[in-house]
Design a protein around this ligand. Structure first.
Ligand code: IMP
Length: 197
C-alpha cells in the first residue's frame, strides 16, 4: 500500500519506511505539496489529528501523522507539545544544545527528574475512520548533557535501565526502545490487519 506521511522531514520518512517495510511511504514535498499546518493543539493527539486531516484533505488517500516531544513530570509535563519551540523568542529558535542547557537549568537541583519522550501517531483512512496510538520512552532528566548520537533532547534523557542517555545508544537500539519506534510498529500492525477497500 502507498501511505502518505504528514511530515517535511526525510529522516522521519526513512525511519517509518524501514518500520513499514512492504509499504511505500511518501511525503508531501515529493508531490510538490506545501504542507505546514499550524500545530496549535493542546495535546500530541490533537496535533496528530490536525496534521493527518490537513494532509488527508489534500490527497484523499491513507495518511500517517505523528507528533512527539519531551514531558518532564516536575514541570507539569512541559515542554510537551512545545518541545520543538522550547526557549524560542520572537521566532528565533535555539540550537539543540542551548535548548538542552536551558531545560536542565530550569529543572535545576530538583531531585524529581522523571521524564519521557512521547509519540502520538495516527493512521487516517478517511476523515471519519482513523486509528491513534501513543507510546513513550521512559527516563529521567540527566544532570548534564552526554552523548553525540540522535538529535534534540537525546543527550539529556537518561535511561536508568541502560545506564546511559538516549544519545549514547545506537540508532538500531533507539529504534527498538523509542516512543516513535514502538508507535510506528503498532501502526504497522494495524495496517497489516486492515482489509482496505
Ligand atoms: P515533532 O514531533 O517533529 O513535531 O517535534 C517534536 C520535538 O520533540 C523535536 O523537535 C524534538 O525537540 C523533540 N523530540 C521528539 N522526539 C525526540 C527524540 O526521539 N529525541 C530527541 N528529541 C525528540
Amino acid at each position: 500500500m502507498t501511505v502518505w506521511f504528514a511530515t517535511g522531514n526525510p529522516h522521519k520518512q526513512q525511519e517509518l519506511a524501514a518500520i513499514l517495510h512492504g509499504h511505500s511511504v511518501i511525503i508531501p514535498s515529493e508531490a510538490g505539496i506545501i504542507f505546514a499546518p499550524e500545530e496549535n493543539g493542546a495535546s500530541f493527539i490533537d496535533n496528530v489529528l490536525i496534521k493527518a486531516k490537513a494532509l488527508y484533505r489534500f490527497v484523499h488517500a491513507p495518511v500517517i501523522a505523528d507528533d512527539s516531544g519531551l514531558c518532564v513530570d516536575a514541570l507539569n509535563g512541559r515542554p510537551g507539545v512545545h518541545s520543538a519551540r522550547y526557549g524560542s523568542e520572537n521566532g528565533v529558535n535555539l540550537s539543540s544544545e542551548e535548548r538542552n542547557a536551558l531545560l536542565l537549568k530550569e529543572l535545576g537541583e530538583n531531585p524529581w527528574r522523571a521524564a519521557r519522550f512521547v509519540c502520538a501517531m495516527a493512521l487516517m483512512l478517511s476523515e471519519d475512520r482513523f486509528f491513534i496510538v501513543q507510546e513513550t520512552l521512559e527516563g529521567e532528566l540527566s544532570w548534564t548533557a552526554s552523548g553525540a548520537g540522535g538529535f534534540g533532547y537525546d543527550p539529556i534523557l537518561y535511561l536508568p535501565s541502560m545506564s546511559c542517555t538516549v544519545a549514547e545508544v545506537s540508532d538500531v537500539e533507539k529504534n527498538r526502545i523509542s516512543h516513535r519506534g514502538k508507535a510506528g510498529r503498532a501502526i504497522g500492525r494495524i495496517l497489516e490487519t486492515l482489509a482496505l477497500p
